[in-house]
Design a protein around this ligand. Structure first.
Ligand SMILES: Cc1ncc(COP(=O)(O)O)c(C=O)c1O
Length: 349
C-alpha cells in the first residue's frame, strides 16, 4: 500500500539527531534557540518561540494576544479539530466561517458577513499549502493569526506565509512539510508578543507565579528541525514536480487544485482533487488498488458542533479527495497513483 503521507528523513537527519543525543543536552536548550532563529529568518520575521506542537503554538498565540473567555474567535469550518481545541483552551467562543470552494481557504466574504465587535481574532490556515486571500481578510481589521501548519514556504507575491499578520504559528508533526516528530512554533515581528509566548511556555525558574505551561520543544527535536529546514526548498521543489505531473495526467478527469498563476506559490502539502460524485466509493476503490487516498479534512467542524450549515464546506467535504504527494514517492509510485486514480474514476462512471 502506498501511504497517504510520509516524512522525508535522510542520513543527515539521523546523524544530527544522534550528535545531539551524544552531547547529553537533550531538553530545551541552545539547539532550540538556533532553530527558532533559523525558522524566523526563513520566514522573514524577527523571532520565534518553539513549542511541543502546533496546537500548543496556537494556544500560546491566543494567550499572547490576550484572548479570553468573553471573546469570539473566527475559524474556518473546514480544518482539523486542533484549531477548535485551541479556541476552547482559552474558553473563547468559536465562530465558524465558510470556505471558498475553489481554494478551500477561509472565505473573506463570509467573515465580513459574520463579523461583530466581539470577534477578537481570526485564525487563517493557509490550507493544503496554498496561501489564503490575505489582502481581503486583513482589510476587515480583525487581528489575524496565520496558521501555517500546512504551508511553510508557501508564498503570495513572493512573500512567505506567516509574514502577513501580527502573529503566526507552524506545526512540525511527523507528516508535515518538514518535521520534528511533534513540534510547533509561534512567530512574530513583535518582541512583546514573543516575550509573552516565551514566558508561558516554561514554568521553571520564574520570579513570579501565574499559570504557565510545559510546551517546550527538546534539543533532539530542534536538531531534526534544523536539518529538515535546510532541505525545505528541495522538499517544496519535489512536491511541485509531482503536482505538475498530476496536473498533466488528471486534468480531464476531475477538478484539480486551484492554480492562480505566478503570484500564488502553492507548496502542495496536499494534492486535493474534487470528484463530481462517488467520493466514498473512490476512497474505497483506491485503497483496494493499493493507494491510500483520504479525505483531506476528517469532518467539518460544524458537524461536530451542530452549528448552522456551511454550504461550501459541506459541498467540498462531499467531493474532495487527497491523493498521496510527498518527496519520497518514486517515479514508479507516482505512475501507479495516476493509474489507480484514473482507473477508479473510470470505474465509477
Ligand atoms: C491547520 C492546522 N492547524 C493546526 C494543527 C495542529 O498542529 P499539531 O498537530 O502539531 O498540534 C494542524 C495539524 O494538523 C493543522 O493542520
Amino acid at each position: 500500500m502506498i501511504p497517504h503521507s510520509r516524512p522525508t528523513i535522510d542520513e543527515h537527519d539521523v546523524t544530527t539527531v544522534s550528535n545531539t543525543l551524544r552531547t547529553g543536552n537533550i531538553a530545551q536548550g541552545r539547539v532550540v534557540e538556533k532553530f527558532e532563529h533559523a525558522l524566523a529568518d526563513y520566514i522573514g520575521l524577527k523571532g520565534g518561540v518553539a513549542t511541543s506542537s502546533g496546537t500548543a503554538a496556537l494556544h500560546l498565540a491566543f494567550l499572547a494576544l490576550g484572548i479570553t473567555k468573553n471573546d469570539i474567535v473566527a475559524i474556518p469550518g473546514y480544518v482539523c479539530t486542533a484549531v477548535l481545541n485551541a479556541v476552547n483552551y482559552v474558553g473563547a467562543t468559536p465562530l465558524l466561517i465558510d470556505i471558498d470552494p475553489d481554494t478551500f481557504n477561509l472565505d473573506a466574504t463570509d467573515l465580513r458577513r459574520k463579523q461583530n465587535p466581539q470577534v477578537k481574532a481570526v485564525v487563517v490556515p493557509h490550507i493544503f499549502g496554498l496561501a489564503a486571500n490575505m489582502e481581503e481578510i486583513t482589510k476587515l481589521g480583525i487581528p489575524v493569526i496565520e496558521d501555517c501548519a500546512q504551508s511553510i514556504g508557501a508564498t503570495y507575491k513572493k512573500k512567505k506565509v506567516g509574514s502577513f499578520s501580527k502573529i503566526s504559528i507552524f506545526s512540525f508533526y511527523a507528516t508535515k512539510i518538514m518535521t520534528t516528530g511533534e513540534g510547533g512554533m509561534v512567530a512574530s515581528n513583535s518582541a512583546a508578543l514573543m516575550k509573552k509566548a516565551r514566558d508561558l511556555r516554561d514554568y521553571d525558574n520564574q520570579p513570579d507565579y501565574h499559570v504557565r505551561y510545559n510546551y517546550k520543544m527538546t534539543d533532539i527535536q530542534a536538531a531534526l528541525g534544523i536539518s529538515q529546514l535546510r532541505r525545505l526548498p528541495h522538499f517544496i521543489k519535489t512536491r511541485r514536480e509531482i503536482a505538475n505531473k498530476y496536473h498533466r495526467e488528471l486534468k480531464d478527469l476531475c477538478v484539480l487544485p486551484a492554480n492562480y498563476g505566478e503570484d500564488w506559490g502553492h507548496i502542495y502539502y496536499r494534492y486535493v482533487i474534487k470528484l463530481r460524485h462517488g467520493l466514498k466509493s473512490f476512497l474505497k476503490l483506491s485503497k483496494e488498488k493499493g493507494i491510500n487516498c483520504e479525505r483531506p479534512v476528517f469532518k467539518p467542524l460544524h458537524r461536530y458542533l451542530s452549528t448552522p450549515n456551511l454550504p461550501n464546506t459541506d459541498s467540498v467535504w462531499e467531493q474532495a479527495a487527497s491523493i498521496p504527494i510527498y518527496p519520497t514517492l518514486t517515479e514508479k509510485n507516482t505512475d501507479s497513483i495516476i493509474q489507480c486514480v484514473k482507473q477508479a474514476i473510470w470505474d465509477l462512471r
